[in-house]
Design a protein. Sequence first.
Lengths: 315, 429
Amino acid sequence: MEVFVVSLLNGLVYGMLLFMLASGLTLILSMMGVLNFAHASAYMLGAYFAYTVSLYVGFWPALIIAPLLCGLIGAGIEMYGLRQVHRHGHIPELLFTFGVALIIEKVVQMTWGLIPVPYRIPTELDFPLFTIYGTQFPAYRAFMLLISALMFLIIWLGLTRTRIGLIVQASLTHPDMVGALGHNVPRVFTMVFAAGTALAGLAGVIGGNYRVTDPGMAFSMGPIVFVVVIFGGLGSLTGCFIAAIMMGLIQTFAVVLDYSLADLLEVFGVIVTKATPGAEFLMVSLPRIGALLPFILLVLILMLRPRGLMGTRDT
Amino acid sequence: MSPITLLRRHWMWLAVLVLMFAIPFAFYDWSRGRHSGFALTLMSQMALMAVFALSYNMLMGQAGLLSFGHAILFGIGAYFTAHTLNFVKANDILWLPAELIPLAGGVGGLLCGTLAGYVATKQRATAFAMITLGLGELFTASALMFMTFFGGEGGITTNRVIGSSLFGFTYSSAWQVYCLLVVWAMIAAILMYLQTQTPLGRIANAARDNYERTQFVGYDPRVVRYWQFILSGFFAGIAGGLYTLVYEIVTFDTLAAVQSANGLLAAYIGGAAGFFGPVLGAVVVVGLQSGISLYTSAWLVYIGVLFIVIVMYAPGGLIGIIGVHAPIVRMGRMRELVVPYARVLAPGAVMMLGFVTFVELANHLTIGAARGKKLALLGVPLDSSSLLPWIIGVAMMLGGALWLRVEGRGFRLRWNALIEDAKARGIVA
């Protein structure tokens, strides 16, 4: 029970972090059809910007400034890069973001060095919030939950209750019609791209000090975010939310449940030893395949149900 | 077809073959009677990357399938070859001449392609790309998990000297291995070229361009994709087998995402539309990786920027840039472009030099200085802690860009006039 509750909370925190990253990508992907490889790079940039900014003015201003910087960079990438490439088709667009991700990784290495930077959680939040079954729950994790829940609320309200949100929603499914009605669809694209990048930056600000801020963080996070987006389905924020929480929980629980197929067979009276055929495969424990599970799910869902959990169209 | 027409049409192949055998002798150490190890390794790497990039292009260029996990086919081929070598050496049951060892890699790639392809080719376009991405991650993680086949982080070591040969070579010297590699790379490339001429290759093109209409004509695009994937796996596996022969060790890096990205970069930078594009791309990418990385640790920035420039301004790749000149060459008016080119290249060179200065300064400030290295560019020592070189670098970059903009306009006018002329004469449609 103790393990269950603690893992549930940790899984929620990780899942919400994933959601912040994935929500922007879902909007970009479903609207513009661009599979943005540079999205996780924005997450990394967010963390590094926050580190640098917080050195001078502290964590709280960084919480605002870093995502804004990321949003600006996103707008720049969209206006001067993606829009140029757009006429060549979808694959060059994707490759363009892939190249941007490569360059951003190297630029980060050149600016902040190869080793992780000491980006720490602010001292105001560095205390245990409550103790559950003898395990302390840090206040910073609660803060992360709060920020991401607020973000979810704002996006949801913004998309469903405002005029801009309605135009964005309409552009998701009928970009030509929206353009015909006199709205500036390219500008909507730029805005969504910038907003999505800023969200990824925000995830970096609050995730960078929770996890680790090093030049490899984009490439370790990127594929998982893709999994969440594809799993949740194109054009559906709710699906994205469910998928993110699911991935967060799966990955967290996989780490604490130390079982393998061999243990399962033992319940049925089959004892697996080193001599059993396929023993190596059977004795792999769950924590070791934890990182693999999202990709197995990705491949399965794309094979069997390419529109994802709640998607409105095929990937 | 008479040999003369065959030669006239396919002189490129012969030229490449001659070059492959001639270039190592340019680096030959005559005083000691030895080949340069670096040149041989570099050329081997280029040749096997060319095979890998060509096999990648069977998916991307030929069938329009963007794969992010192509290295799994390469890696499995490499592992298969290593295990075959070890098996042949340890047992007498199987007699296999060293010349046929890369085939083991091909078989490995074929099997892996049959399995992974079944999963991946169920979808096309973005979904296909995502499945291959997932498969790539799965294979990489499995390679670290299952020791018996993949050998964990240490990988599988092997020995290419197995004592059996069709022609009596031992393959203990690097030169003999290089010759074997060149022959295999040529065979693989020719087979891949012939494959583009088969009905399967043509239908793959059709399914790439318009898969709905292909269905109407009566072909199942899924089956086409599947076959194309399997065959591509065979050739990627051969490239992996050649890798094993050259390096005699196979680690999980061979099937990781970086290797997949290398295949993609080579195929796209070279040009996915023409058959020879990936070969050119492999030479350029490997050359940049091995050549420039000797001088600077920032080589990834240069490759990334080159890649982005190609994606943005020349989606046909390097081979496409060469190709657009064909009508002007045919008119015999290339001479008129010499001056415009010189006028564009000058600001381009200034801009590039400024960019390189800037990147190197930034790189030195954070990474190089910590390792106690001194920075020098074209023999000029630079001090990354003072402001002056930074200003010069940025000024050259921005000034060059502005100058290039001005000159570019004049160049485009001249270019358009020439192309219009070619159109008027019916040389280009």
